[in-house]
Design a protein around this ligand. Structure first.
Ligand SMILES: [Zn+2]
Length: 156
């Protein structure tokens, strides 16, 4: 799969940018819950926008297209977070990595491995979880986030 599959032209009118739009966070998480990792890409400067945005944050262009992303990639940077957000406190310390997907779009996420067992260049695969399966306390979620899936990276 490449990031040129299922290309969609971005919204040109502000009134098209609703919560259902795939160029917003709710739209991004809806697609993710359905198993599709979507990113936008600026056609002017080639910047990947992940999660998608209706305009490029590099050059400001609204000429953005949307495409499904591969789930595999490589760790380009990582760290340990000893005091994560409250909802993840029971999982601390957590390993968080910047992953360059095989499309070259980058996504930050938790890696399901200890800091010591992760290295730059490791191959990882995205997994989408229901918030309940990772035991996140719903008390700590904002109401609109309750149904949003949680993504993690597993080492390959
Ligand atoms: Zn751009």
């Amino acid at each position: 799969m490449t990031d040129t599959d299922s290309t969609t032209t971005g919204p040109l009118a502000p009134e098209d940018i609703t919560a259902e739009s795939p160029f917003t966070l709710p739209g991004f998480f809806d697609a993710l819950a359905a198993g599709r990792l979507m990113a936008a890409r600026c056609t002017e400067c080639e910047t990947h926008l992940l999660p998608p945005r209706p305009a490029c944050y590099n050059c400001g262009s609204r000429a953005v297209t949307l495409s499904e992303q591969p789930r595999t990639g490589e760790v380009v940077s990582y760290t340990s977070v000893k005091r994560p957000p409250s909802a993840f406190e029971h999982l601390a310390p957590i390993t968080v990595a910047v992953v360059e997907l095989d499309s070259s779009a980058r996504l930050t996420g938790r890696v399901t491995a200890s800091l010591e067992s992760v290295a730059i260049g490791d191959r990882v695969e995205l997994r989408v979880c229901d918030p309940e399966t990772v035991d996140i306390d719903p008390e700590f979620n904002l109401s609109y986030e309750e149904e949003w899936p949680v993504h993690v990276f597993d080492r390959l």
